[in-house]
Design a protein around this ligand. Structure first.
Ligand code: UDP
Ligand code: MG
Length: 327
């Protein structure tokens, strides 16, 4: 028997068609987990991300009808990531463990049981990973694949095919809350926390009602955020290109001088060619140097935490800090 309090965090933006069904499903999940002795108490937290339809009035009605449902209304539309953050912040203060899931329940609620099992065995973060993406359009699939590859290339840890369906223990949530940055890409931030992690696999379903709130423009913005909120590699690439240019400039100079000596070249060509190559290289190297400083400033202004403690053992007592150990 476990007695932890689970909070299921559901960001909602214009989800009036989904909420009744979602509530029914999630209440069934909570009930199942409680009866199975996997959790002590379960709550569903809807975060209304400034919806313009009847979403909030439906949430209010649901909170009156079901004790396990509660709602948080954001004053305006701040986007999925920030809405989720708001929910997690609340959950870190009022619950022991959270699971974030989209309101359209495209992610399989059956996987929640497995996630909670992992949590009960001591895992802090459990990622829901899509087994395949049959329900997504070929375009979405391909762009997603390209994105994951690029992000990996940029040296970031990111869980492949994992969206924001994940379980987090309180200490994982508190650790996340210690990141004060405003440009957020949770999929990239959570793996940085460390702690013990696991993955559960599921098949992603089709959206039942309403339409995707992630049109291409928003998806692109999220992808850009995913890259620029983390990586300073693009800045370093300028540096490298600069050095390559300088190396090429040396080769070009040799070529130009040989051409000047042994064949009839137009008057002035040699000097112009050499200057073009050298100026190009010098500019890129200088930009790269500035980029290095910008990269440092960027890391500095994020004021990210330097470390999190996972455990502390104290000599013979083997005093291992509990799960509530403050990061
Ligand atoms: N969402 C949100 N704010 C937004 C856009 C979306 O809170 O500005 C929520 C939305 O209600 C849903 C989740 O984010 O619960 C994912 O959106 P959606 O299912 O439309 O994305 P897709 O599955 O198409 O990528
Ligand atoms: Mg969806």
């Amino acid at each position: 028997m476990y007695d932890s309090k689970l909070i299921i965090v559901v960001p909602c933006y214009n989800e009036q068609e989904m909420l009744d069904y979602t509530t029914q499903e999630l209440l069934a999940v909570v009930d199942r987990l409680r009866r199975g002795g996997k959790i002590g108490e379960g709550k569903i937290l809807y975060v209304d991300d400034g919806s313009r339809d009847a979403t909030w009035s439906i949430i209010e009605r649901l909170t009156r009808a079901h004790e396990a449902v509660c709602g948080l209304k954001l004053a305006h539309n701040v986007g999925h990531q920030c809405a989720l953050w708001a929910g997690l912040e609340w959950a870190s203060l009022h619950g022991d463990v959270s699971i974030s899931i989209d309101a359209d329940l495209q992610d399989d609620t059956q996987a929640i049981d497995e996630m909670v099992d992992f949590y009960n065995q001591g895992t802090d973060i459990v990622y829901g990973v899509r087994r395949e993406r049959r329900t997504d359009s070929a375009f979405k699939r391909q762009t997603a694949l390209m994105f994951y590859r690029l992000v990996r290339r940029l040296g970031e840890e990111i869980v492949y095919n994992h969206a924001d369906f994940r379980l987090m223990s309180r200490r994982a949530m508190r650790a996340l809350m210690a990141y004060p940055e405003r440009n957020m890409f949770l999929r990239g931030m959570v793996p940085r926390i460390g702690l013990s992690t696991a993955c559960v696999y599921y098949d992603r379903k089709e959206r039942m009602a309403g339409e995707s709130k992630y049109p291409f423009s928003k998806m692109f913005a999220l992808a850009m955020d995913g890259i620029t909120s983390f990586s300073v590699r693009p800045l370093q690439w300028i540096y490298i290109t600069g050095f390559v240019m300088v190396a090429l400039a040396i080769v070009a100079t040799i070529y130009c001088l040989i051409a000047y000596k042994f064949s009839a070249v137009v008057w002035g060509w040699t000097s112009i060619m050499i200057s073009i190559w050298f100026i190009g290289g010098a500019m890129l190297v200088s930009l790269g140097i500035i980029g290095e400083y910008v990269g440092k400033i960027y890391r500095e202004v994020k004021r990210r935490p330097r470390y999190f403690v996972e455990k502390l053992v104290d000599g013979e007592d083997e005093k291992v800090m509990g799960r509530d150990f403050e990061p």
